[in-house]
Design a binder for this molecule. Structure first.
Ligand SMILES: N[C@@H](CCSC[C@H]1O[C@@H](n2cnc3c(=O)[nH]cnc32)[C@H](O)[C@@H]1O)C(=O)O
Ligand SMILES: [Zn+2]
Length: 439
């Protein structure tokens, strides 16, 4: 067997225990073949590993999942800060995005992929446009992703609006299974207020027929909830239910302003929520009731949202922010503990996106990250899970593996030319800003 051995480390197992173990990866299948003591692994797969990754002094964890982002927004990192969602989108972000070319989107997506690989993320969900270019970047980077074209119909004529919906459905049908199956897709209306009812109803029905999930921004701000309640006399998740947009394959970003009836609807339907704590804090959107969502049985994942509202794509930051904000929201220091946020960033993310991975166990997808614990800010190690949630950062990741392939070894990214990617993105971003604000 053509196998990769991750040796000498401690491993975070699906039950939350951390144990000394080696991991044997079947590189042809892209799956984990064995996890155990060196002797156990020798017995299971033999001694002749084709390649070895050293994990001594390190913790082997499932690859992190960034379950909601707009990856090419890396080009707008630090472009417009310190504003609430609606004026931020209308006055700054949407005018800049109107100037983005497909080549810009590809440059931004590559930069995001590079940043994610370097911080131990192996899978993400992306809502944007020029998605075939994002797919190319994902393919080259070696990551896994669930991709969709974001639809906005408000402020557009009927033909343009319809074309946007059709584009999202076409992307969902055509890109599904790309990059040797590492790319899956979804129908992605931007939100329940930025897409008109008839378009939502038709689009969701077609998505169901095509067998692709639905992903949208939901209950992000009170400004977004109020018009639905005023105009329809029902909460947004009741409206979503009426649109047939709730189900076990569907995943909604934010879920900040959800009441108990909506939490019950999400739990009952199996719809996952992607919590984006940094974006919610930065745009002052509010505090999602993460503890209550989890207690109700909702699958909760973590997302960075775009780099313009975060301002990075490091899921370690999201774990820390989720634990901190979750406690504040619940007014309870025992709420959203370390183990919960680690679970949300790994298995929760994989399950929300319906992608393999999220677990270090035999038979699971070989998506993993090796975190170096030998650092002043990670000493001593009373509890490695506590460190993942509260003390470690993306730059502590030594190696990143996705689908059995090494994407980063000893902090060197093998699938992308880091320098060229960074330079291309910086150039694209400065040209973009010049087009938006002519000198
Ligand atoms: N085809 C659409 C594009 C939608 S992509 C998804 C959009 O979500 C925007 N976005 C980024 N972060 C957030 C957020 O937190 N809430 C809502 N929208 C966001 C992002 O800038 C992008 O415009 C069009 O014609 O405009
Ligand atoms: Zn978003």
């Amino acid at each position: 067997m053509n196998y990769l051995r991750v040796s000498g480390g401690r491993v975070l197992r699906p039950d939350g225990r951390v144990e000394r173990a080696d991991v044997a990866v079947d590189r042809d299948e892209g799956t984990i073949r064995a996890v155990g003591s060196p002797d156990e692994v020798d017995e299971a797969v033999g001694e002749g590993a084709a390649e070895t990754l050293d994990a001594s002094g390190s913790l082997v964890i499932p690859g992190l999942v960034n379950a909601h982002t707009h990856v090419a927004m890396t080009l707008l990192r630090g472009y417009a800060d310190d504003k609430p969602l609606d004026p931020w989108l209308r006055e700054d972000i949407w005018p800049a995005e109107a100037e983005l070319t497909p080549a810009d989107v590809e440059a931004g997506a590559e930069l995001g992929a590079l940043e994610m690989i370097r911080s131990g993320t192996t899978a993400f969900a992306d809502m944007y446009f020029a998605m075939e270019r994002v797919a190319d970047a994902v393919d080259r980077a070696g990551l896994r992703a669930r991709l969709g074209h974001g639809v906005v119909t408000v402020g557009k004529g009927d033909a343009d609006a319809r074309a946007d919906v059709e584009e999202s459905l076409a992307v969902a049908r055509e890109l599904d299974g790309a990059a040797d199956g590492r790319i899956r897709t979804a129908f992605m209306p931007h939100s329940l207020t930025t897409v008109g009812e008839a378009f939502l109803r038709e689009g969701v029905a077609e998505a169901r027929e095509a067998g692709v999930p639905v992903h949208l921004h939901a209950n992000e701000t009170t400004d977004e909830v109020a018009p639905i309640v005023d105009e329809r006399g029902e909460r947004p998740m009741a409206y979503a239910d009426d649109l047939d947009a709730l189900g076990p394959d569907d995943f909604f970003a934010h879920g900040v302003h959800v009441d108990d009836s909506e939490i019950d609807r999400l739990a009952g339907s199996g719809t996952a929520v992607v919590h984006c704590p940094a974006s919610n804090m930065k745009l002052a959107s509010g505090m999602a009731p993460v503890q209550r969502l989890r207690e109700a049985g909702v699958t909760v994942a973590l997302g960075t949202d775009g780099a313009a509202s975060n301002n990075d794509l490091d899921v370690f930051d999201e774990m820390r922010d989720a634990a901190m904000l979750g406690k504040l929201a619940a007014d309870d220091a025992s709420a959203v503990p370390a183990g919960a946020v680690v679970e949300m960033a790994t298995r929760g993310g994989a399950d929300a996106l319906g992608l393999p991975g999220g677990r270090i166990e035999a038979g699971a997808a070989a998506d993993l990250a090796v975190v170096d614990l030998d650092a002043p800010h990670l000493t001593p190690v009373h509890d490695p899970v506590s460190h993942l949630a509260y003390a470690a950062g993306g730059s502590d990741v030594r190696h990143t593996v996705c689908d059995g392939r090494i994407l980063m070894r000893d902090r060197e990214v093998l699938t992308l030319d880091a320098e060229a990617v960074q330079e291309r993105a910086a150039d694209a971003a400065s040209d973009l800003v010049d087009r938006v604000e002519p000198a």
